[in-house]
Design a protein around this ligand. Structure first.
Ligand SMILES: NC(=O)c1ccc[n+]([C@@H]2O[C@H](COP(=O)([O-])OP(=O)(O)OC[C@H]3O[C@@H](n4cnc5c(N)ncnc54)[C@H](O)[C@@H]3O)[C@@H](O)[C@H]2O)c1
Length: 386
């Protein structure tokens, strides 16, 4: 196992009616900016609950943060924070609103051009406003990590940053908040969480027995509860609670500690969102099967472990078992209604030059757990995803 330090300071407040606990979580003298996305937070009544819980605190609201939040929109929130001297942020929404709030938190006091935060992958951040979250979509883990992804609309650049200063102070996780999600968003959440685990698990063995079993437990849980959440018309609290907690645990640092990490599928997938607007999770479902198939030699030991322990595949030669595990993964995504080929989105081979150029432009030329996913390999992955 690799050496590691682990600290996650985010307080999780989990359960039914937990939004009311905001009163105890947000400082009484805070000047709060509530950030949210489109109409769903208002329509579902979550914003009304938030307003009631915040009571008489000084409060402003900033709506309209898009899925895949844009720098341009977020900078308007930064201006509002600065102009009104707001000192606490509260994100109400899914990964997009939470990521956007992290950027606003880091940019509010930033001296110089805030795009530097993304250009330095978060290294330039020296302070951040405190913030909490009310999670409405289980998927990204953003509610308990220090990562964020922001898109610059003017250049179609999807960039990420990470910094320990942007861990949420707290996150309110009420599984009943997922009841209003359409099935395609639930499916996105299952796939996103699944691929997060894979990026931290399916690399090469380092005798991280705890991390491996933890990761396999999360994958098996998602395979169990995912179809129930997405396909069954009856809404079941425990299914949603397990989905929500799996998604949080998938990317809060626990399973990443002391093991190699990949993330090539995410970065190669980001360009599909940046250039074609495909939902984040759907880009992962397209890229992952091709990525695993092409990198099977470097990942052989873990792919065989994945086949045996996650999919119960033990018969056949090595490549046969690996093929079956990749196929089972693809079928799992497709069974949730998440397509796994570029052609499903009318994207053809003529798009690949532009996708590879976008990766190169951002300096993303050495990806993966061994930094051997070069633009040439990325090109082959896109080709195998057609
Ligand atoms: N920070 C991280 O670690 C991390 C990890 C993975 C992905 N991401 C980023 O997160 C973003 C995606 O976030 P997401 O998948 O959570 O989706 P999202 O936040 O973009 O939300 C998707 C849609 O669902 C709607 N919605 C949210 N909650 C709802 C509810 N309860 N009922 C009805 N509708 C609801 C939203 O209004 C939105 O239209 C992408 O930009 C992705 O790159 C971040």
């Amino acid at each position: 196992m690799f050496d590691f330090e682990f600290q996650n300071p985010t307080r999780i407040v989990f359960g039914k009616n937990s939004v009311a606990k905001l009163d105890a979580l947000v400082p009484a003298d805070a000047r709060v900016l509530v950030l949210f996305g489109g109409s769903s937070a208002e329509r579902t009544g979550t914003l009304a609950e938030v307003r009631a819980a915040l009571g008489k605190r000084e409060r402003r609201e900033f709506g309209g943060i898009e899925p895949n939040p844009t720098y341009e929109t977020l900078m308007r929130a930064v201006e509002l924070v600065r102009a009104e001297k707001l000192n606490f942020l509260l994100a109400v929404g899914g990964g997009s609103v939470i990521d956007g709030t992290k950027f606003v938190a880091a940019a509010a006091g930033f001296e110089g051009d805030p795009w530097r935060i993304l250009e330095t992958f978060g290294g330039a951040v020296t302070s951040a406003l405190p913030f909490g979250t009310v999670l409405t979509l289980p998927a990204t883990g953003s509610e308990m990590n220090h990562n964020a992804v922001v898109t610059r609309a003017s250049t179609h650049t999807k960039a990420f940053f990470a910094n320990p200063l942007v861990f949420p102070k707290f996150s309110v996780l009420d599984p009943t908040k997922t009841y209003t999600l359409p099935s395609n968003q639930l499916a996105n959440g299952v796939v996103d969480a699944f691929v997060h685990v894979v990026e931290q698990y399916l690399t090469y063995p380092v005798e991280g027995l705890v991390q491996d079993r933890f990761a396999e437990g999360l994958l098996r849980t998602l395979i169990e509860v995912g179809p129930k959440a997405v396909l069954e018309p009856r809404v079941d609290y425990d299914t949603r609670a397990n989905l929500m907690w799996s998604a949080t645990m998938a990317l809060n640092g626990v399973i990443a500690a002391g093991v190699p990490q990949d993330w090539a599928t995410h970065l190669v997938g980001h360009e599909l969102t940046a250039l074609y607007g495909i939902d984040h999770a759907r880009t992962l479902a397209i890229i992952l099967p091709a990525m695993l198939g092409l990198r099977r030699d470097a990942k052989r030991a873990k792919l065989l472990q994945f086949a045996a322990r996650v999919w119960d595949i033990t018969d056949g030669g090595e490549d046969e078992r690996i093929d079956q595990a990749i196929e089972k993964t693809r079928t799992f995504f497709e069974s949730l209604g998440v397509k796994t080929h570029l052609s499903d989105y009318n994207i053809g081979a003529d798009a690949i030059d532009g996708l590879v150029a976008k990766l190169e432009e951002q300096g993303l030329t050495k990806l993966g757990e061994r930094q051997d996913v070069t633009p040439t390999i990325a090109r082959r992955v896109y080709e195998a995803s057609l």
